[in-house]
Write a protein that binds this ligand. Structure first.
Ligand code: ADP
Length: 227
């Protein structure tokens, strides 16, 4: 693959190893996602998609197997190195926006940049550009509670992209929205992927949305099957 961003190779993960109740969640799982590629991850609840996203996002470690981000092997690296790679290279979006309620939309996008050493003026400029890009610059000064569900998720995407990551990981990002809003937020997300050359892995139960991504993968028996 040209320009691989996320490479997972031979991942194994189980819970309760050695006990009769052992659950084998990932079993020799491989995945490559390239620059500008959006991959849908579909799986029934309990199949292990959160486990997979957490390992790919360097929030959890596999029992065995390799995780490379941007060609860098992060397997077995220190927590510090993994945290640095996560901050620099990975953006997350969840089903619920998890925005900080006491800060405005703009500030929610500024804060992760400040934590990354960006000067405030520059961070505010970038935050505003991102809000413009997703069509809600007029809502920049509103707190999350004053935004609609679709607007909150747009802000959550902007926050995920605040530090210009290479990889976007999203766990049911439109799962809490009505179908029409879900469609619009999804279009916005796909436009961002196309614009920025991000690699994206998006878990969704919505097969219609999944079919609009570059590839659809089903997590089954601990491995990914292309459908
Ligand atoms: P999904 O996101 O697809 O619903 P998860 O990755 O959350 O699935 O979980 C996959 C399986 O692993 C489930 O059977 C779940 O109960 C189990 N599991 C997840 N995390 C843990 C844990 N920390 N300890 C024990 N079992 C877990």
């Amino acid at each position: 693959m040209n320009d691989p961003v996320l490479q997972l190779q031979g991942l194994f993960k189980s819970y309760g190893a050695g006990s009769p109740a052992e659950i084998r969640v990932l079993q020799d799982l491989d995945l490559d996602v390239g620059k500008g590629e959006a991959v849908a991850l579909v799986a029934p609840s309990g199949a292990g998609k959160s486990t997979l996203l957490h390992i790919a996002g360097l929030l959890d470690v596999a029992d065995r197997g390799e995780v490379r981000i941007g060609g860098v092997d992060l397997t077995g690296k220190s927590d510090r190195a993994r945290t640095a790679a996560r901050r620099r290279d990975i953006g997350f979006v969840y089903q619920f926006h998890h925005l900080l309620p006491e800060f405005s939309a703009l500030e929610n996008i500024v804060l992760p940049q400040l934590a990354n050493g960006i000067a405030e003026r520059q961070a505010r400029e970038r935050a505003l550009q991102l809000l413009e890009r997703v069509g809600i610059a007029a809502r920049a000064d509103h707190r999350p509670a004053a935004l609609s569900g679709g607007e909150q998720q747009r802000v959550a995407f902007c926050r995920a992209l605040a530090n210009a990551p290479r990889l976007l990981l999203a766990d049911e990002p439109t799962g809490n929205l009505d179908p029409a809003t879900s469609d619009q937020v999804f279009d916005t997300m796909m436009a961002l992927v196309a614009d920025t050359g991000l690699a994206a892995v998006i878990a969704t139960h919505n097969l219609e949305l999944a079919a609009r991504m570059d590839r659809v993968l089903r997590l089954e028996n601990g491995r990914l099957i292309e459908i």
